[in-house]
Ligand binder design. Structure first.
Ligand code: WQD
Length: 333
């Protein structure tokens, strides 16, 4: 197939582009390089049987997207802003980029007659009141503008399926961690807010210590539980989900392992991989954190046979390798 991957120069996108190329698909990447890095695609090309084509630009640019869609069978739409905290400060950026981008993309797809789309959604669409584990039919009720834009994007896809004959799949990602086993592609982080990159920074002296955001939660060790998933499992999930686009309608799947891990378990796994303890300070709770966020991955497995393979140790070990072999990420842009 010929595929268009928006956000293909980003963290998850670069792993996905490599998997698509290795599976024999053609890939056009559309990325404005605001977070993605062109060197990611050079590294992908060194591992892949053929390179991806890169189109630099904005998904909201309908004429540009129409040109990029020539001959394309399926769109994998990953391009979006994804920082919950930033979305609280600047909701308008998220409305414009995430919803304006999807709206432009859908317009271009309709005009070009491309009707199959796989959409990058998030566990952040669920209501904090939803019981655990989270099922696809659990209550949606995001408490951040970021999560809201993703939930609205899912609604837009439902309408396009109902009114314009689109087939759509939304993948609700849980917490992606890790890097490609080659050590040559990974997450280019500048000022990370996510747990594992911050732990690795603390281990390598880039942060004085990792602050544990709350150790008085009602969990076994007092710290929050999350469903961490290896980025390679997450990438493979997209290839598996392509099969669901053969069916009309809009299909929604959680992509997680179903196995929660605490902050302290992540710290222990990182210390084991690095061979030294993580400097840690105990801090207050971070505003907006749910005590527990874990997927029920049963629907994706029942419908399409997907199951995540990598455990926490494998996630952290690959992240550590990427981090130590690429201390500047991909380097300056
Ligand atoms: C994990 C746990 C923190 C940093 C976010 C988004 C979500 C998704 C993934 C895109 C929490 C704790 C963290 C630190 C800590 N993104 N922590 N010290 O918040 O579960 O999810 O990223 O869709 O939408 O909300 O991930 O990695 O920030 O935090 O103790 O320095 O680690 O409190 O319990 P989160 P995270």
């Amino acid at each position: 197939m010929r595929t268009l991957v928006t956000g293909g120069a980003g963290y998850i996108g670069s792993h996905l582009v490599l998997d698509l190329l290795q599976a024999g698909h053609e890939v056009v990447v559309l990325d404005d390089l605001s977070n993605g890095h062109p060197r990611a695609l050079e590294r992908v090309a060194a591992l892949a049987p053929r390179p991806a084509e890169l189109v630099v630009g904005d998904v909201a640019d309908v004429p540009l997207v129409r040109r990029a869609l020539a001959g394309v069978d399926v769109v994998l739409h990953l391009a979006a802003f994804k920082a919950v905290g930033e979305s609280m400060e600047h909701p308008e950026r998220y409305f414009r980029n995430n919803l304006g981008g999807l709206s432009g993309l859908l317009t271009a797809m309709r005009e070009e007659g491309v009707k199959r789309i796989l959409y990058s959604s998030t566990a952040a669409v669920y209501s904090p009141q939803a019981p655990m584990p989270l099922r696809e039919d659990s209550m949606v009720g995001p408490d951040s503008p970021y999560g809201w834009t993703k939930a609205q994007g899912e609604q837009m896809l439902s309408w396009m399926a109902a009114r314009a004959g689109f087939s759509a799949v939304s993948l609700r990602y849980f917490n992606p961690v890790g890097a490609h086993p080659s050590g040559s592609i990974g997450e280019h982080v500048v000022a990370p807010s996510n747990l594992v990159p911050r732990v690795l920074m603390a281990l390598t002296g880039h942060l004085p210590a990792l602050t544990v955001f709350g150790s008085d939660y009602d969990t076994a060790d007092g710290t929050c539980l999350r469903d961490y998933i290896h980025v390679c499992d997450l990438s493979r999930a997209h290839l598996v989900a392509l099969a669901a686009l053969e069916r009309p309608g809009h299909h929604v799947y959680n992509v997680g392992t179903g196995r929660p891990h605490s902050v302290r378990e992540v710290l222990a796994a990182c210390a084991e991989v690095a061979g030294r303890p993580v400097p840690v300070v105990e801090g207050p709770r971070r505003a907006g954190d749910m005590p527990v966020a874990v997927a029920d991955p049963a629907r994706f497995h029942a419908d399409l046979g997907f199951r995540a393979e990598h455990d926490l140790h494998g996630m952290v070990a690959s992240a550590w390798r990427w981090w130590t072999e690429n201390p500047q990420g991909y380097g300056p842009r």
